[in-house]
Design a protein around this ligand. Structure first.
Ligand code: FAD
Length: 476
């Protein structure tokens, strides 16, 4: 008999809770279910789908080195998961199914249905906490409630975290060859990708995102060697390659948060915080990632397109396809916003500071429903992750947990002068402005806009700010 390990957003063989535990019980067979229609209904675009696909191909290779076959099934929807997994389990004489937990609502429901089906069939199911350090519900306030504010959550996280959460899971040893062969993973066709919401990835979009755990480990090593020590100082400046670039790898599990945290300790005098090497702020970002996963479970309404702050459901968002399109296409006339949107569309990634700036611009300056922006990001991001994306959007729109207060509205031009002081990021993504003096690139004059064919600003900052303040005030 065998142990069936179902890979989902944990596309690696190293430090993998389910794989490690299953291999202790017997020979392992892996399985991956491609659920394109479901992914599309979750808004994922071609960048992410292609990255996952390449990640599964890499995983099959990594598993091969351990003599573990990887089965591959194309099912459209999560609904087909229980039947498909049970059929594979029976065919390959599996005694049990093992998987690492996922937290958004649809994924939780799917897993419950799968567990029911296996239990009815008399097969065992083991699920594991793997994607984050603590299971949602494990870290609660003194009133036994989910934290709604990051700082006390983070404090509790630091107080409780220990070897149980941090120790790397054992990598299985190479097993004896089974009589089961891996499935051929069909290539993604243009047709496959035209079926999803964003255009097929171009070669240039694909190139910076090599998939697999080796590529992820390389990125982590480069970050530690070249950037980690300056992270706290550099992380807010989009023109500097100052962050890890690991988000896509973390969200698909090509690297684990434990591997990242172990690397922090190894380079920070054994500490996760305050080790003197500037890595405490990087740990903190990894805790933000975990915080939003807990929020998705503690407040499942956020998984149903509802705001965390229910009163903001009544906010009178404007409806303007024209303004939305200008934002999507990087033609708002605010250079930092436009440069950022062009970075997103061209590369499938956007710097965190700019995600905040562009999200706030859409939800406050344009007063457009944050959910439109959330969906557009999801469609393009290679690191698209429901909990972090939703959390980030609700933060910017002041509808979420620990959100930015509604009256603190970033001035995009001030942000530009502060975080892109030489306007080099702007010059890179808006070549039409590259020949202007740096100071003019933040806010070109009407004449400079005319000459360079760069659009006039679609809103006036002050007036747009007033409009947003009025809309939020009218809620109280
Ligand atoms: P680093 O600075 O190196 O940080 C290390 C890791 O910590 C990241 O890889 C990521 O896993 C995590 N992290 C960092 N910042 C945050 C944060 N604010 N919230 C949650 N996790 C964080 N992140 C995603 O992974 N997927 C998304 O879909 C996503 N959408 C976002 C939307 C908005 C509107 C905002 C404001 C933020 C969003 N983020 C998202 C968070 C953050 O912008 C990215 O994780 C970060 O820019 C990725 O770059 P990096 O890997 O170089 O990060």
């Amino acid at each position: 008999s065998t142990q069936l390990v179902w890979f989902r957003n944990d596309l690696r063989t190293l430090d993998h809770s389910a794989l490690s535990a299953a291999a202790r019980k017997g020979p392992v067979v892996g399985i991956f279910l491609a659920c394109r229609r479901q992914w599309r209904s979750h808004g994922h675009g071609a960048n992410k789908i292609s990255f996952v696909h390449r990640g599964v191909v890499a995983l099959q290779d990594e598993l091969k080195a351990l003599n573990i076959p990887l089965l591959y099934r194309d099912i459209d929807d999560f609904d087909a998961a229980p039947g498909t997994l049970l059929e594979a389990a029976r065919r390959h004489h599996a005694q049990a199914l093992h998987f690492n937990r996922e937290y958004p609502l649809d994924e939780q429901r799917r897993d419950e249905l799968v567990a029911d089906e296996f239990t009815r069939a008399g097969l065992a199911v083991f699920d594991y906490t793997d994607h984050i350090a603590f299971e949602p519900g494990e870290l609660l306030t003194g009133q036994d409630e989910y934290y709604k504010v990051f700082t006390p959550f983070s404090r509790a996280w630091h107080q409780r975290v220990g070897a149980d959460q941090l120790a790397l899971r054992e990598t299985p040893r190479c097993q004896a060859k089974l009589e089961i062969s891996s499935d051929r993973i069909p290539a993604l066709t243009r047709q496959d990708l035209s079926d999803v919401v964003s255009p097929a990835p171009s070669k240039t979009k694909d190139r910076p995102w090599p998939a697999g755990q080796e590529a992820a480990a390389d990125r982590l090593a480069t970050f530690l060697q070249q950037r980690a020590r300056r992270y706290a100082d550099d992380r807010d400046f989009p023109a500097i390659d100052g962050t890890s670039g690991l988000s896509a790898y973390l969200s698909t599990g090509m690297i684990s948060h434990r591997q990242c945290l172990q690397a922090v300790m190894a380079n920070n005098g054994g500490h996760l915080a305050d080790g003197g090497a500037g890595l405490a702020s990087w740990t903190s970002e990894l805790i933000w990632r975990e915080f939003y996963q807990h929020i998705a479970v503690g407040f499942p309404r956020v998984c149903r397109h509802r705001p965390f702050k229910l009163e903001t459901d009544k906010l009178n968002w404007r409806y303007s396809d024209k303004d939305f399109k200008a934002w999507c296409e990087g033609r708002t006339g605010f250079p930092l916003v436009d440069a950022a949107m062009r970075q997103l569309v061209a590369t499938g990634w956007m710097h965190n500071r700019l995600r905040m700036v562009t999200a706030m611009f859409l939800s406050k300056h344009l007063l457009l429903d944050w959910r439109r922006g959330e969906a557009f990001f999801m469609q393009h991001l290679v690191d698209g992750d429901f909990a972090s994306n939703n959390g980030g959007w609700q933060w910017a729109a002041s509808t979420g947990t620990d959100a930015s207060p509604y009256f603190r509205i970033f001035n995009p031009t001030t942000q530009s002068r502060r975080f892109d002081p030489d306007a080099t990021f702007i010059a890179h993504w808006l070549p039409e402005l590259a020949d202007l003096p740096a100071t003019a690139r933040h806010e070109p004059s009407a004449e400079e806009r005319h000459k360079t064919d760069y659009p006039q600003a679609i809103v006036d900052h002050k007036r747009a700010r007033e409009r947003a303040l009025e809309a939020f005030k009218s809620l109280s």
